[in-house]
Design a binder for this molecule. Structure first.
Ligand code: PEP
Ligand code: MG
Length: 575
């Protein structure tokens, strides 16, 4: 056995694959940039290659759409549209007509698209750059007649390792013999990733040097959950991964039962199950993961990594996109939650001794009304495209809520004067994530349209423990009696005032929290997209009566540890 080695890439298809490497040798796509004398012949050569690409890709899209995933099939058809795009094809033809060979014409035009797409700092656009790369490589291999390896007849338990897989190679892949895919290049939507997801084959892309470092027959573990590739694992590692593999397979089978179903407790109480997102594009993923809406859109993430604030129109397009993705459900947009750990240089936040206790979130927005108004105007304008709610972070008192509502009322007046449409009944809710808000939850509930409990900060401020400091991590828990009491009170105050209350902190996806949240009557959960099905399954295991019984005992316990052990033991019982 060779020396154990770990490589890292980007996980694009879930699951754990364990098998023997089959390394697809590097194919050279280099060509001689020759001048063309017979232009007609060169144009025909290009058109024939494009027709072959279209035919192969279509055949594969049909196969995928019919057998596995319609959506992945559509992505492939998008590649055909891209190559046949009138602008792209006319540019290529123009170059060939000027005497440039087909390979050079194709590469030139594709490269200029790749440059444009990669210069935009947006996930969807950079994905398009990867798509063009994929189309370019496939077309070059057809034009150059590069011999393609068939992946059809490989032995069982094979992990395919390649620089990149072309459409014709991937069309032979079947999910029975191939248990993992590792590539050096490609994007989330490149052919190999699409096929991998469609066939449920764990896959990792962007693994630098994989096709050089791995040898045929090497034992490989492909961790399509973390993006790790382990080559020649020792027996202990292998055992751990065999365990991970079987629990992943068991769980995915079970979780699929919950896809497309409403979220209900064992005794039939319907709960909302939303997603947390940080970028407008993630709304699509939230939908694919079966989220019922967006419970927390962390807008500040889109203000990071840029030189100046996004314009109103730019923000409008993000919020509109999210609203349209969940047109029939709701999208809760949190206003800028900057400061603390999220520093944005161009927003001119002064350096403070204690940034977590300083000028952050709603406090910053109320001091910088111009930036706040731009965001609120964008949200209000987008509100006609779906069901948008506005959520204010880090509220500590009624005066902040009133101030924000005042600004919103003012913007609404301006919009009305300009005859710009917006949803006049837009709800304005608050995050409860400070002890002050929890203690005054009764007062806030009278003036807020909804509550969402932000346990990430609520724990930090309640326990006086920095959420990112591992020295004090032992104190950071949603199961501490102080946090539990706080959550109980927040939910009671919301219900006494007749407003809904959700939770969007990480604790919403913690199975140990469920008896408490079901017993207290939490109305909705907002979790990261990959936790939707697990949370729906976990909620289905509880009913109010059994949760109440357990919670009565939990409330008598005095330490986090006792509570944790007690709930763990109960969870074993209900499995
Ligand atoms: C929270 O504090 O629980 C929360 C959801 O907000 P963030 O994690 O963005 O601070
Ligand atoms: Mg927070």
């Amino acid at each position: 056995m060779g020396e154990a080695m770990m490589l890292k890439g980007i996980a694009v298809s879930d699951g754990i694959g364990i098998g023997n490497a089959f390394v697809v040798g590097r194919k050279s796509l280099s060509y001689e940039n020759r001048a063309v004398s017979n232009i007609e012949e060169e144009l025909t050569r290009y058109h024939e290659a494009a027709a072959k690409f279209t035919e192969r890709t279509n055949a594969m899209a049909d196969k995928i759409s019919a057998n596995t995933s319609k959506k992945e099939g559509e992505i492939l058809r998008g590649h055909i549209l891209m190559l046949n795009d009138p602008y792209m094809s006319s540019e290529i033809e123009k170059l060939i007509s000027s005497g440039v060979c087909a390979e050079e014409a194709l590469s030139n035009v594709c490269d200029s698209f790749i440059n444009i797409f990669s210069s935009v700092d947006d996930e969807l656009t950079s994905q398009r750059a990867a798509d063009v790369c994929d189309v370019k490589a496939s077309m070059l291999s057809i034009l150059l007649g590069v011999e393609e390896v068939s992946l059809g007849g490989l032995p069982p338990q094979t992990v395919v390792v390649a620089e990149e897989l072309t459409p014709s190679m991937t069309s032979d892949i079947n999910g029975e013999n191939i248990v993992g895919i590792v590539t050096e290049r490609g994007g989330k939507n490149s052919h190999s990733s699409i096929i991998a997801r469609a066939l449920g084959i764990p896959a990792v892309i962007g693994v630098e040097g994989a096709a050089e470092l791995l040898k045929n027959g090497d034992k490989v573990i492909v961790d399509g959950l973390s993006g790790n590739i382990i080559v020649s694992p020792d027996t202990d590692t292998l055992r751990v991964y065999i365990g991970k593999q079987s629990s992943f397979n068991e769980e995915s089978g079970e979780l699929n039962h919950f896809r497309g179903k409403p979220t209900v407790t064992g005794d039939g109480k319907v709960k909302k199950l939303y997603c947390n997102i940080g970028y407008a594009d993630e709304a699509v993923r939230a939908r694919e993961c079966d989220g019922e809406g967006i419970g927390l859109f962390r807008t500040e993430l889109m203000f990071l990594n840029r030189e100046e604030p996004p314009t109103e129109d730019e923000q409008f397009s993000w919020y509109k996109k999210a609203a349209l993705t969940f047109r029939e459900s709701s999208v809760t947009i949190r206003t800028l939650d900057i400061g603390g750990d999220k520093v944005i240089p161009y927003l001119g936040i002064e350096k403070e001794e204690n940034p977590y206790l300083g000028n952050r979130a709603v406090r910053y927005c109320l001091k910088h009304e111009d930036i706040f108004r731009t965001q609120l105007r964008a949200i209000l304008r987008a509100s006609t495209f779906g069901k948008i709610n506005i959520m204010i972070p880090l509220v500590t008192g009624v005066e902040e809520l009133r101030a924000v509502k005042g600004i919103i009322a003012n913007i609404k007046r301006e919009l009305r004067i300009k005859s710009i449409e917006f949803d006049d009944s837009i709800k304005v809710g608050i995050m409860i994530e400070t002890p002050a808000a929890a203690i005054k939850a009764d007062l806030l509930a009278e003036e807020a349209d909804f509550f969402s409990i932000g346990t990430n900060d609520l724990i930090q401020y309640t326990m006086a423990v920095d959420r990112g400091n591992s020295n004090v991590e032992y104190l950071y828990s949603p199961l501490d009696p102080a946090v539990i009491r706080s959550i109980k009170r927040i939910i009671e105050c919301a219900h006494d005032a007749g407003i809904p209350v959700e939770m969007c902190g990480e604790a919403a996806a913690d199975p140990l929290m469920l008896p408490l949240l079901i017993s207290f009557g939490l109305d909705g959960f907002s979790v990261s997209p990959s936790y939707v099905l697990k949370t729906r399954r976990n909620i289905s295991k509880w009913n109010k009566e059994s949760a109440d019984k357990i919670v009565q005992q939990i409330l008598l316990l005095k330490t986090e540890r006792e509570i944790r052990e007690f709930i763990k033991a109960e969870l074993k019982e209900i499995k």
